[in-house]
Design a protein around this ligand. Structure first.
Ligand code: NAP
Length: 338
């Protein structure tokens, strides 16, 4: 089978399509014939050598796939054979075939193409955990979604709208019209101006009840300053560090040094909460994740979960796919196909 290999740390030139023996389904596993694999910002950071959770290189990245079940391991329900599914994969998803534990596999909704289905797991589970599970976002509250035009950003917008919250979102200005059409109430250009005074003006100086921030470093301080009383800050990424080579390492160190330190008394006296999320550290909690997936699948059937696939790249163009995300061109999801 073909697979996209990150051969070493570096620029997009380190990505190669290589062949490898087909995987076998171990006990409790299935092998999926991959029709579409999601690309995530974590794949970029891993290629740049800035992602501590990534596998040792050379490696095959890929946290999510959609496809059909081709083989079953011992102890797996025989009815699954041939079923169209969507799955979370602990790497190796960007390949023609992948072996995965059966409890990480979910039925693909018929209404979605394989590409759309592959756009669901990482983006929507992350957004669901941030907004619903940990952020406790309520109707009539307001939420600031950073990088609202990205994969997680659009997913968060779908969920916030279903909750009935007021939505503010930072994004490159070229994405604002699209975001308005998707229902974002207040797009904010954060590339050419300081977003915090604008948000304060839009909220009559009060701020918002929830901010979700994947940028990291000193940006988390600024997002904390955007909170209203009873506000919560969800921190879930350090995209500010993204760069190749030494520059990326230095940016990561800078981000670590500039991170805020939250004092319990400060939180207590200001009625604020802070939390972090790493979906990649949820593998030991499959029941929780399965419950979130069920809620999202209800959203698909009701029509308020709308995975938006911006561009589909064949494996051979994985480098272009990475560049597309890195150069901030994407609106929503980028998907790889064999
Ligand atoms: N902790 C978790 O469990 C978890 C799970 C999923 C994702 N994440 C994090 O969430 C973030 C978004 O992930 P995603 O996969 O949905 O990607 P994405 O948002 O689609 O990523 C690309 C977008 O991010 C924005 N961006 C901000 N800073 C950037 C930078 N330094 N370089 C390039 N683009 C930058 C750009 O949009 P604009 O400039 O238009 O805003 C760009 O279009 C990433 O930081 C990722 O690591 C964390």
């Amino acid at each position: 089978m073909k697979q996209v290999v990150t051969t070493r740390n570096g620029g997009v030139e380190v990505l190669e399509v290589q062949t490898a023996p087909d995987p076998k389904a171990g006990p409790g596993e299935v092998v999926i014939n991959v029709r579409a694999a999601g690309l995530n910002f974590a794949d970029i950071l891993a290629r740049q050598g800035l992602y501590p959770d990534g596998p040792k290189k050379p490696c095959v990245m890929g946290y999510e796939v959609a496809g059909e079940i081709q083989n079953l391991g011992e102890g797996v329900n025989r009815d699954l054979l041939g079923k169209p599914v969507v799955a979370m994969t602990r790497f190796r998803g960007q390949a023609e075939k992948v072996a995965v534990r059966a409890n990480q596999v979910f039925e693909k909704p018929e209404a979605l193409s394989f590409e759309q289905a592959a756009a669901i797991p990482v983006n929507y589970l992350t957004a669901y955990a941030l907004l619903v599970v940990m952020g406790g976002l309520r109707k009539e509250e307001s939420v600031l979604i950073h990088n609202a035009g990205g994969g997680v950003g659009l997913a968060a917008l779908d969920i916030a709208r279903d909750i009935g919250a007021r939505t503010y979102g930072t994004a490159s200005p070229g994405k604002h019209q699209f975001l308005r059409n998707r229902g974002l109430d207040y797009p904010i250009d954060y590339r050419n101006q300081d977003w915090l005074p604008i948000l304060k003006r839009l909220t009559n100086g009060r701020g918002v009840e929830l901010v979700i921030d994947p940028i990291g470093g000193s940006h988390w301080k600024k997002s904390y300053a955007a909170l209203r009383t009873t506000g919560r800050l969800g921190m879930f990424g350090v995209s500010t560090a993204s760069a190749n080579g030494l520059k990326g390492k230095l940016k990561l160190v800078k981000a670590a040094l500039q991170m805020p330190r939250f004092h319990p008394l400060g939180l207590l006296n200001r009625n604020r909460g802070v939390f972090g999320l790493n979906l990649g550290h949820m593998w030991h909690e499959p029941e929780k994740v399965a419950e979130w997936v069920q809620a999202l699948m209800v959203g698909v059937s009701e029509g308020w979960i709308r995975p938006h696939v911006d561009k589909v790249f064949p494996f051979a163009e994985a480098g272009q796919a990475h560049s597309y995300l890195e150069s901030r061109k994407n609106i929503g999801k980028v998907v790889l196909v064999p």
